[in-house]
Structures are given as structure tokens and as C-alpha cells.
Design a binder for this molecule. Structure first.
Ligand SMILES: O=C(O)CCC(=O)C(=O)O
Length: 302
């Protein structure tokens, strides 16, 4: 979508901004920031959450017609980005497990995306994932189960299991040897650690043949290339097994303007010391395509 040089300069812009701690602006709140700093875990993923709001070049990247027209062809003619992230998968970083996240509930109690019109769950949200470095099997490229957007059961099970902690206990017979590890994860684990257990349970409930019908596609990409995928598309990524090569990407989470974003204006962040509530950015979204005729969300005026 953009040249390798442009991708390199976008990456540098983020790294420079991170080196200056995004000028002290944190969108996940000062408490999360303070805890994560204390644990040495204030990384680009956390510090950079929502920062594209303040970075014109990233807003323009999503508005690039090569991308925004594609988003509009699936989401309709009013498209906004409600959340942005940077992923710096450094050497030795682990992979991301298979997941779906149509309504982006994550660790929160409520879905963050609430469509006000009848909407196919596969297009409640689309993710634009832009490679800002080479993305290879060795450094942790994305993996997809093509066609899996038509089956939302894993997403449903994730929420269901999160609400029913007893399901974790049902894993104990399979992991008796790891009793204390499981115990620790259930009580203190971060969402992605917990997800491994949730995933094992969900996979078991769905049956062995759930995965057989899909063929995994590994998505190696060059810097500047972009992929758009439905959040119902099961995806994961490899660990980074390189010795020096980090895998860097920008992600814009896009939805239609008729979708209400986190109506309560709050979210929770899974920190090293447990869940911490924070206020979502006052101006939370920016327009990527068309004009907002609904007025449900606070949209950046730029
Ligand atoms: O970049 C990754 O490794 C994971 C990305 C992902 O899970 C997502 O964008 O939803």
C-alpha cells in the first residue's frame, strides 16, 4: 500500500515518539502507566494504544484511498477508526494464540462495539494491519484460518468462558501436573495467558473437526503491505525466533459510524497487578471515510 521507505519512516516516527514517551500522553490512564512502568512493561503496545489519534501520518495512512475504499466497500460509506495500536514483536517474543474478537470485549465486562443497526457479526469491525517491517514466519507473521469469519462460535465461547470461571477448573484434570500454574494464571494471569486456557477449553468444546475444515494461511508481508481482515476471522501469529529482527506493525480498528463505541466511556486494562479501569480517550475515533451522520461517538475534528 505504501513504499518500503514510507513504511520505514512511519516506523521511525513511532519509535521516536515512544522514546519521548509520547510526550507524556497516555490513553490508558496514569495508573496503568505507573504500574506498567514499575514492572518494566511500559512498551509500545501499551504506550502506543490510540496514539494514531495524535499522529497525522497514521490518520492519513488509513485514509489512503487504496485502503479506505476497501473498508467502505464492506462497512458502508461512513467509516471511523475507533482504536489504533502498534505491535513491536521483538526477538524472543511469543506468538499470539488463535482468536476472534468481533465486538472487542477483551477483558471488559461489556462489548465495546454495539451496532445500532442489524449488522452481520463478520463486519462489525475490520482490522487494517499494516506491516512496517518485513513480516516473516521467523519473526512472527500473522496466520489466518480463511473462511473462519462465517463461524462465530469461538468468539461466543471466549465470552462465555470468561464469565464462568468454573470452566477454568474443568481444565484441571487435563493439566493436573500444572495445577499450581493453572491456579496462578486464573488468579493473576494477564488476558493472553488466560486465553491459552480458554482456547484449550473452547477447542475441546468445539470438537476436533472444527479446525480440520480450515486450511491455515501464513501471511508473510513486505514493509508497506496491508491486510484487512474481519475480526471474526480466526487469527494468530508465530513467535519471533530471530536473534535481532523485530516485527513491527500498525493496526487500525475500523467500524461503521452507526456503531456505538464503549457507551460507558470506560475500559479495563490487564496490568501486571491485575485489571485497572481507565477512561477511554475523550475524542476516541477519527473519520476514515465519508462523514459522520449519526453523532453517536466523539470524533476528532481535524
Ligand atoms: O500482530 C499480532 O501478532 C497479533 C495481531 C492481532 O491479534 C490483532 O491485530 O488482532
Amino acid at each position: 500500500m505504501v513504499s518500503e521507505d514510507q513504511a520505514a519512516s512511519l516506523r521511525k516516527e513511532v519509535e521516536d515518539a515512544f522514546a519521548e514517551d509520547f510526550q507524556g500522553v497516555s490513553y490508558v490512564g496514569s495508573k496503568v502507566r505507573e504500574i506498567e512502568k514499575r514492572h518494566g512493561q511500559w512498551v509500545i503496545e501499551s504506550a502506543g494504544l490510540y496514539q494514531a489519534l495524535r499522529m497525522k501520518s497514521f490518520r492519513e495512512l488509513l485514509r489512503n484511498p487504496k485502503l479506505s475504499h476497501k473498508l467502505a466497500s464492506l462497512l458502508g460509506d461512513e467509516v471511523m477508526c475507533w482504536r489504533s495500536q502498534f505491535f513491536d514483536k521483538f526477538p524472543g517474543a511469543s506468538g499470539t494464540i488463535w482468536h476472534q474478537n468481533a465486538t472487542f470485549r477483551e477483558t471488559g465486562k461489556y462489548a465495546k462495539l454495539q451496532p445500532t443497526k442489524d449488522t452481520d457479526p463478520a463486519v462489525i469491525q475490520l482490522t487494517a494491519w499494516v506491516a512496517l517491517s518485513e513480516s516473516t514466519i521467523e519473526n512472527g507473521c500473522l496466520r489466518f484460518l480463511p473462511g473462519s469469519f462465517s463461524d462465530a462460535r469461538m468468539d461466543f465461547l471466549y465470552s462465555f468462558i470468561q464469565d464462568n470461571k468454573l470452566f477454568y477448573i474443568s481444565l484441571l484434570p487435563f493439566s493436573f501436573r500444572y495445577f499450581f500454574d493453572v491456579f496462578k494464571v486464573v488468579l493473576f494471569g494477564r488476558i493472553f495467558t488466560k486465553s491459552i486456557f480458554v482456547f484449550l477449553t473452547a477447542a475441546k468444546l468445539l470438537g476436533e473437526d472444527f479446525f480440520d475444515k480450515f486450511k491455515v494461511k501464513d501471511m508473510e508481508m513486505k514493509p508497506g503491505e496491508c491486510i484487512v481482515f474481519s475480526s471474526l476471522n480466526m487469527h494468530a501469529s508465530y513467535p519471533n525466533i530471530c536473534s535481532s529482527n523485530s516485527r513491527f506493525s500498525f493496526v487500525g480498528r475500523c467500524t461503521a459510524n452507526h456503531v456505538r463505541v464503549a457507551p460507558g466511556g470506560k475500559d479495563v486494562y490487564s496490568t501486571a497487578e491485575g485489571m485497572v479501569e481507565y477512561e477511554l480517550p475523550e475524542v476516541g475515533s477519527f473519520q476514515v471515510y465519508g462523514k459522520d451522520s449519526f453523532g453517536y461517538n466523539k470524533i476528532l475534528k481535524d
